[in-house]
Design a protein around this ligand. Structure first.
Ligand code: ZN
Ligand code: FE
Ligand code: FE
Ligand code: FE
Length: 188
């Protein structure tokens, strides 16, 4: 964006409704990139605990397989993120992702709101796809940041993970369409 296209920040706006930045606020895209990496690193680590809980609560063999194979991918994704931190000479560190914490909480809520069986399976797929979509958005942005910053190797690693997240989402759709949702509708 050209500077002239950006609105001038007036003193008045700084007081009214515009969020005041913390003292450690990101000064440039590199820092924003690093913040995003920390966020998704936390999210992936949280998923290492959440996915097995979802798998334990699933009854469809296809769903259990989809969740377990994505757990293995998630382990690889954590290693890939550690490589990206290395590429920018930063120590891998996690910062709580409020969104993923909420999405996982919502998933746990769905478990309590359904009986074990096809209906819970349908709920697990719904919750898992919301998680995958958050990850797709996150990795899509991070890959784009890496490209803009000229970090080609990092961009390639992030794209590899992005493709896995899209694959996981697609697989969950297939399980829903082919194995779970119809049975869940019949269960009423
Ligand atoms: Zn996140
Ligand atoms: Fe992931
Ligand atoms: Fe986040
Ligand atoms: Fe994922």
């Amino acid at each position: 964006m050209k500077t002239e296209d950006r609105k001038e920040i007036t003193n008045k706006e700084a007081k009214a409704g515009v969020t005041k930045a913390k003292s450690n606020a990101a000064a440039g895209l590199t820092e924003l990139f690093e913040d995003g990496l920390k966020d998704i690193y936390w999210a992936e680590k949280a998923l290492i605990k959440a996915i097995p809980l979802m798998a334990k609560n699933a009854t469809s063999a296809d769903l259990i397989e989809a969740l377990n194979s994505h757990l293995t991918e998630t382990e690889d994704q954590i290693i890939r993120l550690e490589k990206v931190f290395e590429l920018i000479d930063k120590k891998a560190s996690a910062k709580k992702c409020d969104a993923m914490e909420g999405l996982i909480e919502e998933g746990k809520g769905i478990l309590e709101e359904t009986e074990l069986g096809v209906v819970r399976d349908a709920g697990i797929i719904a919750a898992s796809q919301k998680i995958e979509h958050y990850e797709i958005a996150s990795y899509g942005t991070l890959r784009q940041f890496a490209e803009t910053l000229g970090l080609e190797e990092a961009a390639a690693l992030l794209e590899e993970t992005l493709d896995e997240e899209k694959g996981a989402d697609k697989k969950l759709t297939d399980v829903a369409v082919n194995a779970v949702n119809f049975d869940a509708a019949e269960a009423e």
